[in-house]
Ligand binder design. Structure first.
Ligand code: PMP
Ligand code: GLN
Length: 389
């Protein structure tokens, strides 16, 4: 059907998110899908049993706008235990329909026409469209290739009287890099005395390797009072399709967040909140995640060891970056498409996370997969890239 309306597109140059594009192409080509980030294994039956029990018990109507009190209390307890700050259950935590909604709502709550928001490239793909939707301008700082560490001197130069917000993401998607305690000190120094709000995307907070500690902004005495921290149960409990997460932060900021949230989604699916509140009581479930994924990271890196990719460091998240420079002259987008169609392994090209399309010939593999899936991918890669002796 064709509309008789002449559409003056709000976003004439915006395409479809790379995660949808690559997952669709993987399905069409029968490729092993290591592109979009989601586990191909099941969550524990205890979580499903709890959800079912609450549905059957009639817990199916609207929860409070900010989320079920049981779940908010469980989140506050977890954050206090891990990062040492006890937030208020009533006024300082809100359950969201995943991190994407949380990020969009936070940006809509604080960023106005003409405001600038500093983001770090490569930048997760939902931030800039959200900033532009509300009339803000994204200002780009570069993480330094190839270890993707922030350049705080550059950030200092980018801060102006128009800077309303800085968005940080650690552990970082797509690079697997981390912000350290030293980085948080640098950030604190830069924003001291300003009215800059920090939005901290910590959806991979529990997926961090080699004994390193997650430097949550929740635990930083100077930054926490100006920060909205975002997390997602999708990553932590292997349920990305449930689309449920939360934000936590000081009451004043949360009040502004909720002004938008109430008319954006109002609230989130009741039975899954109750199930998660119960499931979260066993802290070993999130505390065990680092070891669980470290094993997968190491298994995948081992499988890749004799292939002609150069593996970049992976300190957190369930993504492994690999450079194919020296293997092909294709752009990373062409290479990712060729890999999907011809090799049968779908990956994400990293240039899509740069506004100017910067291409370091690096692709992202997701290793949140069963061993058999990773083995099948490695087998295909070996066939394509290793010549028989
Ligand atoms: N932020 C980052 C860095 C992510 O990787 C993702 C999803 N993988 C999200 C936000 C969105 O999370 P959700 O699926 O809970 O919306
Ligand atoms: N965040 C996931 C990734 O990086 C994908 C989420 C999505 O598909 N929107 O792959």
């Amino acid at each position: 059907m064709q509309t008789p309306i002449r559409i003056d597109s709000r976003f004439p140059y915006m395409g479809t998110t790379i995660f949808t594009v690559m997952s669709r192409m993987a399905a069409e080509c029968g490729a092993v899908n290591l592109s979009q980030g989601f586990p191909d294994f099941q969550a524990e039956p205890a979580l499903f049993d709890a959800m079912h029990r609450h549905m059957v018990a009639g817990r199916n109507q609207y929860p409070p706008m900010s989320g079920m009190p049981e779940l908010r209390a469980a989140i506050v307890d977890k954050v206090a235990a891990l990062y040492g700050t006890r937030f208020d259950v009533e006024s300082e935590v809100t359950v969201t329909a995943g991190a994407t909604q949380a990020i969009f709502t936070a940006i809509a709550a604080f960023v106005r026409l003409g405001d600038e928001v500093i983001v770090f490239e490569p930048v997760y793909d939902s931030y800039v469209p959200a900033i532009e939707t509300v009339g803000g301008t994204a200002v780009f700082s570069q993480l330094r290739f190839p270890d993707y560490t922030p350049d705080w001197a550059q950030v200092a130069r980018l801060i102006t009287s128009k800077t309303r917000m800085i968005i940080v993401n650690s552990p970082h998607n797509p690079t697997g890099s981390l912000l350290t305690a030293v980085d948080l000190e640098k950030l604190a120094e830069l924003v001291r005395g300003s009215n800059i709000v920090i939005l901290s995307d910590e959806v991979y907070e529990h997926i961090i390797f080699d004994g390193e500690q997650h430097a949550s902004l929740c635990g930083h005495v100077e930054l926490a009072p100006r920060t909205i921290v975002v997390s997602s149960f999708g990553k932590t409990y292997h349920i990305t399709g449930w689309k449920i997460g939360y934000v936590i932060g000081p009451a004043d900021l949360m009040a502004e967040f909720r002004k938008v949230h109430q008319f954006n989604v109002f609230t989130v699916h009741t039975p899954s909140q109750l199930a998660l509140a119960e499931y979260m009581q066993d802290h070993s479930r999130h505390l065990g995640l680092a070891a669980f994924y470290q094993e997968k990271r190491d298994f995948f890196r081992q499988l890749m060891a004799d292939l002609p990719f150069r593996l970049l460091p992976c300190r957190g998240t369930y993504f492994q970056l690999a450079s194919y420079a020296g293997l092909s002259d294709l752009s990373d987008r062409q290479f990712a498409e060729w890999m999907t169609r011809e090799v049968g392994v779908a990956v994400i090209p990293v240039s899509v996370f740069y506004a100017n399309g910067r291409d370091d010939q690096v692709v992202r593999f997701c290793f949140a997969k069963k061993e058999e899936t990773l083995l099948a991918a490695a087998e295909r890669l070996r066939k394509a890239f290793v010549k028989p002796a």
